[in-house]
Design a protein around this ligand. Structure first.
Ligand code: NIG
Ligand code: FE
Length: 410
């Protein structure tokens, strides 16, 4: 269904939106505006009115009756690897039996397995397998979804993955944000220096020339890229107008967070191995700390020091990290519910982390609130109490996700 140019959502029992403007941190983190018996008008995908019941007098092409239930900003997923080929069920079993994620990667499985499986799929197949994942994500409340490549390793497969993202974006009602991910370097150490030079000189310009990504990301880790390699990649990307993120401190704190803060990247993601020094660096910066509860659960890693990050004043966001190896999680709603349990966030903090702060991780400032001038993306819950969004572990909590281009009733 096409989103009508003029939409009115009426009979909203409770409307919840992060208070203030921009990302929230410190004493502000978790502050919500909660209003009762309101209606919201939208024109051309933008919120133009939030007021008491009966206050909108300019008419609408379509009216949605929220039936007294709760409405929130749609959730923002700032970190996914949505497009991949094959599966990782053998790895999953190996891990259940006790082999570690890093050991599987070091023996050529894990990410490298998915790279081989992705390389043998054409663009049509990559689109076809990603589409149901995307639909699941939207049904679970996300309307803005970041999508990384990174299972290519060479420019042709990376391009194929990012072209698949572009086709999904054109065909689907969600807003997709494409990122080119440098995931792992060539396995053969002798090829590494030449490959890096080739990535900076050829890869990045080729992707930028086709506008296939708006940002890059680099996995900074012992089994992946060094700090110096990541610095070279981010510097080359910026010269072509691309922003940056880093996968940092997932297994070892080898300097990824410090590099991200020094370079002022949009976000550093993971942080399971971060300690006091990394917390302090993030608290003093504008780089968003994206934490990934699906990884905490699926890999059984120690949780990122989320309470310490919040208390120190860092900007904290939540993502699914949807991917076949470390987090087969397709629901931002469930990511919020897990973050409350695993990180001791309050429901209000989890909502802020999954809306305005997640939008800030993507460099967006008009997404994640329901105020005049905001991007019109909403979630209507089945419940009258908004806290159900951070409470339920499964079940049908979300009645509908209203994206900028369509209304879907799940
Ligand atoms: O964010 N850590 C690196 N990348 C992904 C995992 C990708 C995979 O295992 O396929 C992550 O956890
Ligand atoms: Fe990731």
């Amino acid at each position: 269904m096409t989103y009508p140019a003029h939409l009115l959502v009426r009979n909203i029992g409770t409307l919840v939106s992060p208070a203030g403007a921009g990302a929230q941190r410190g004493a502000d983190f978790g502050r919500l505006d909660v209003r009762h018996d309101v209606e919201v008008a939208v024109r051309q995908g933008e919120v133009v009115h939030v007021g008491p019941a009966g206050s909108w007098r300019d008419g609408a092409d379509r009216t949605i009756d929220a039936a007294g239930r709760a409405m929130l900003p749609a959730l923002v997923d700032p970190h996914t690897h949505l497009v991949w080929g094959g599966d990782r069920l053998d790895d999953f079993e190996a891990r259940v039996r006790g082999e570690s994620y890093e050991a599987i990667l070091a023996r050529g499985g894990g990410i490298r397995h998915t790279m081989r499986e992705t390389a043998i799929r054409d663009e049509d197949e990559l689109v076809a397998t990603a589409l149901p994942r995307l639909e699941a994500m939207v049904r679970a409340g996300a309307a803005t979804i970041e999508c990384k490549s990174g299972y290519g390793g060479d420019v042709d497969v990376e391009r194929r993955q990012l072209r698949a993202v572009r086709r999904l974006a054109a065909a689907h009602r969600a807003e997709l944000v494409p990122t080119m991910l440098f995931h792992v370097p060539p396995g053969d150490a002798a090829l590494r220096a030449g490959w890096l030079e080739h990535a900076c000189r050829d890869f990045i310009p080729a992707i930028a020339a086709e506008s296939l990504a708006i940002d890059i990301d680099v996995f900074v880790e012992r089994e992946a890229f060094t700090v110096d390699e990541a610095r070279a990649l981010v510097t080359a990307a910026r010269a072509h107008g691309l922003g940056a993120h880093l996968h940092a401190d997932q297994f070892h704190a080898i300097g990824g967070v410090e590099l991200g803060v020094e370079l002022g990247v949009h976000s550093v993601d993971h942080l399971e191995a971060s300690g006091a020094a990394q917390v302090a660096a993030l608290a003093a910066s504008r780089t968003v700390a994206v934490v990934l509860p699906g990884v905490t659960l699926h890999l059984g890693l120690p949780p990122a020091p989320v309470r310490a990050l919040v208390d120190a004043g860092a900007i904290v966001a939540i993502g699914t990290d949807c991917n076949p190896g470390s987090s087969p999680l397709f629901s931002m709603q469930l990511a919020m519910a897990l973050a409350v349990r695993l990180y001791r966030l309050t429901p209000a903090e989890a909502l802020v982390a999954a809306t305005v702060n997640a939008a800030a991780a993507l460099g967006f400032s008009r997404t994640g609130r329901i105020v005049e001038g905001a991007v019109a993306q909403f979630v209507i819950l089945e419940s009258r109490d908004w806290r159900d969004v951070a409470y339920a572990l499964g079940g049908d909590v979300i009645a509908s996700t209203l994206t900028r281009t369509a209304v879907s009733d799940s």
